[in-house]
Design a protein around this ligand. Structure first.
Ligand SMILES: [Zn+2]
Length: 114
């Protein structure tokens, strides 16, 4: 249940920010989600609608989801390439000595007050 943990984290973080900044209601939260994070946006949206009911500042808040493209780096030829297309094998040199640069994370990008 990746998505439930993600939503709880986002709600806790945003509610703390509301207290710190004296905001009363949040209009929307923009969340960037990595392509290979294993998080399914559709599930995020479903949990969001359920979880926001129990919040103080997010009852009306909309969740906006933006993808982060996954990028892999090849140690052998030092090039980068899109992970979703080629996975662990470098399309330039065929090496398997690669690692993920980004695309495994989620980031709260923007919070809009009402
Ligand atoms: Zn390579």
């Amino acid at each position: 249940m990746h998505e439930l943990g993600t939503i709880n984290y986002v709600i806790d973080t945003v509610e703390d920010l509301c207290v710190e900044n004296s905001l009363t209601q949040v209009g929307s939260v923009t969340l960037e989600v990595g392509e290979v994070s294993g998080i399914i946006p559709q599930f995020l949206e479903e949990y969001w609608l359920y979880a926001r009911e129990k919040t103080k500042f997010l009852k009306e808040a909309e969740l906006k989801i933006e993808p982060i493209e996954a990028i892999t780096y090849c140690e052998n030829c030092q090039k980068t390439y899109p992970t979703m297309k080629y996975a662990k094998i470098c399309p330039y040199c065929g090496s398997g000595q690669t690692y993920l640069l980004r695309g495994n994370e989620y980031i709260i990008k923007e919070i809009e007050a009402m």
